[in-house]
Write a protein that binds this ligand. Structure first.
Ligand code: NAP
Ligand code: GLV
Length: 308
């Protein structure tokens, strides 16, 4: 019985060590060293190999090594094989750090000061209190909730938006299409932490930007497919939005010459908001293997119908 890992080899080496200690009966293999394909029962991948079913006929469980599963083509994974996404403390901590950094940078006019420094301009902007800056997070899942709870601690009035209603102490929550207008109307800094699905693709569009207060800021840490890129450029250039912090893009790496690279009101990072951490993620995967063996509910089981 083997476990095939197809992702970052450095993390793979840590998983191999922890599997050897904690699950010695499992033959842990790192792609492309697949061994006997018929022995592969478990697969962990960022992007799964082609022809999954034909290549590994006895597959029982598939893990995404990331929180998102939009990179998976579910039609190529047999319906009886559960897909589990990554829920682990290291990934949560990284996202909380990045989102906090971006929201604070937006709140304290960091892009403006970086530009002013390049021109040797000394121009103080009046400091506003966190209490006067409303933060809204699209997605109140594992990551969205952790981000909201942290930002609330700075004194930002916080709200979240989700598909089904979620309750979080001290956070205003809005749900579904019917809750979106009111959520956007009260949001000065918008953080996108949605999964990319058929329902959320292209959600960060002109139509949405027009429903935010003028001068709002966008932080996109969900997926590039959430954003309609030309609409963002129009919104920034027309003053509808005042800045954007972007970690994810339709095409990654962001192509040389893309207008986002040199836009004065955009900060680009190369999809690093958060990363699955080797030790903590191995613990979660080992726990899920045990759960699978014992017929217990899996942590992070993906609902294929919903797409997340
Ligand atoms: P999650 O726990 O599954 O949470 C997803 C949230 O989005 C839930 O609150 C869900 O609503 C909401 N949602 C989904 N579809 C919706 C819709 N159509 N309308 C309104 N709300 C909707 O996911 P997570 O672990 O927080 O991760 C979120 C995403 O972050 C990932 O899918 C990935 O794309 C992104 N991510 C990015 C990075 C990075 O480095 N940039 C790192 C990790 C993750 P319900 O609560 O009603 O289900
Ligand atoms: C990274 O983007 C992830 O989904 O974990």
């Amino acid at each position: 019985m083997s476990f095939l890992y197809k992702s970052d080899p450095e993390r793979g080496a840590v998983w191999a060590r922890l599997f050897a200690e904690r699950a010695p009966a499992v033959d842990f293999r790192i792609w492309p060293d697949v061994g006997d394909p018929a022995a592969v029962r478990y697969l962990a991948a960022w992007e799964p190999p082609e022809n999954l079913t034909e290549a590994f006929p006895n597959l029982e469980l598939v893990f995404s090594v990331g929180a998102g599963v939009d990179q998976f083509d579910f039609s190529r994974i047999p319906p009886g094989v559960p897909v589990v996404r990554m829920i682990e403390s290291g990934l949560v901590a990284g996202m909380v750090e990045y989102a906090t950094l971006a929201v604070l940078a937006a709140h304290r006019d960091w892009l403006t000061y970086a530009a002013q420094q390049r021109e040797a301009v000394w121009n103080p902007i009046r400091v506003r209190t966190a209490g006067s800056r409303r933060v809204g997070v699209l997605g109140m899942g594992v990551l969205g909730q952790a981000v909201l709870t942290t930002l609330q601690g700075f004194g930002f009035p916080c709200a979240g938006w989700s598909r089904t209603a979620r309750q979080l102490p001290g956070i205003d929550s809005y749900a579904g299409e019917e809750g979106l207008d009111a959520f956007l109307a009260r949001t000065d800094i918008l953080v996108c932490l949605l999964p990319l699905t058929e329902a959320t693709r292209g959600i960060l569009s002109r139509r949405l930007f027009e429903r935010l207060p003028p001068g709002a800021v966008l932080v996109n840490v969900g997926r590039g497919g959430h954003l309609v890129e030309p609409d963002l450029l129009d919104a920034l250039d027309g003053g509808r939005l005042s800045a954007a912090f972007l970690d994810v893009f339709d095409t990654e790496p962001l192509p040389a010459g893309h207008p986002f690279w040199r836009h004065p009101r955009i900060l680009v990072t190369p999809h690093i908001a958060s990363m699955t951490q080797a030790e903590t993620s191995a613990e979660v995967v080992l726990d899920n293997l045990r759960r699978h063996r014992e017929g217990l509910p899996l942590i992070g089981l993906v609902d294929r119908r919903r797409g997340y």
